[in-house]
Design a protein around this ligand. Structure first.
Ligand code: CMP
Length: 149
């Protein structure tokens, strides 16, 4: 199976009506959408998701922000999906992100940086399992698969 990564549009991305723009960019790149849902996250799930940041001074604000409104969870599949999506998202701080990336083109904030994506294949496995059951992830051919491998 091709590489999979987890992506989440954060409350600022949904609130600024950018969910479609985020999806459009990954689709246009040639990645395949294999899972999609939305939810207003509960604090417990947010704390589990961001457990590696638990000791950071911004942790409370981060959990408050990510639970403050609707979020979109997605799984994208394709060649080098993890690194490709990280590059397309850009640097964590929108002010440092290159023009041409999602954060560089669409944001001005460090915390409210529109989108989250897994930083490694192992993280992707953990994050996908946090939000999706196997039955919610689709395995299907696309007519253009042959041109994108
Ligand atoms: P994300 O890629 O989702 O991973 C952790 C998130 O914490 C990050 O994007 C930012 O939204 C947020 N973050 C990282 N560093 C800081 C910081 N110094 N202050 C506030 N929020 C931060």
């Amino acid at each position: 199976m091709a590489e999979r990564t987890f992506v989440m549009v954060k409350p600022d991305g949904v609130g600024r009506r950018l969910a479609g723009e985020v999806i459009r960019r990954f689709e246009a790149k040639g990645l395949k959408l294999v899972g999609l849902k939305m939810q207003i996250m509960k604090a417990e799930l947010a704390e589990t998701h961001y457990a590696e940041h638990a000791e950071r001074p911004f942790f409370k604000d981060l959990v408050g922000f990510i639970t403050s409104g609707p979020t979109v969870q997605m799984v994208w599949e394709g060649n080098g999906a993890v690194d490709t999506v990280r590059k397309m998202n850009g640097a964590t701080n929108c002010l440092d992100a290159n023009v041409g990336t999602i954060r560089g083109d669409l944001g001005l904030s460090l915390q409210n940086n529109i989108v989250h994506a897994s930083d490694s294949i192992d993280t992707a496995k953990r994050e996908i399992a946090l939000y999706f059951d196997d039955t919610e992830l689709l395995d299907y051919p696309m007519p253009d698969d042959a041109w994108l491998s």
